[in-house]
Design a protein around this ligand. Structure first.
Ligand SMILES: [Zn+2]
Length: 91
């Protein structure tokens, strides 16, 4: 059994083969993953890159204060809104 502190899933388990031929488990901290646009995949502006900041900051500092803030980038939102408006005018 591993040390209690290492049982946490905030550590990634990496299997490494030692020179002696044994396979051992190494525990590595997970890397910060930046939030990405759901449509084009670019890294979102206005959203903290560090995971722990996204947990502890107030909601208003976690994403831009507009519709789809923290989900779509500004360019994609603009394009989507144009498409929606165009469709509603055509009807
Ligand atoms: Zn986008």
């Amino acid at each position: 059994m591993t040390r209690p502190a290492l049982r946490s899933r905030s550590y990634k388990r990496v299997y490494r083969r030692t020179p002696g031929g044994k396979t051992v488990v190494h525990y590595e901290r997970r890397k910060n993953t930046p939030m990405r646009c759901a449509r084009c995949g670019t890294i979102l502006n206005g959203v903290p890159i560090k995971d722990y900041l996204r947990r502890k900051l107030p909601k208003t500092l976690k994403r831009p204060q507009r519709m789809f803030g923290g989900v779509l980038c500004a360019n994609c939102l603009r394009e989507v809104l144009k498409i929606v408006v165009k469709e509603s005018v055509a009807k």
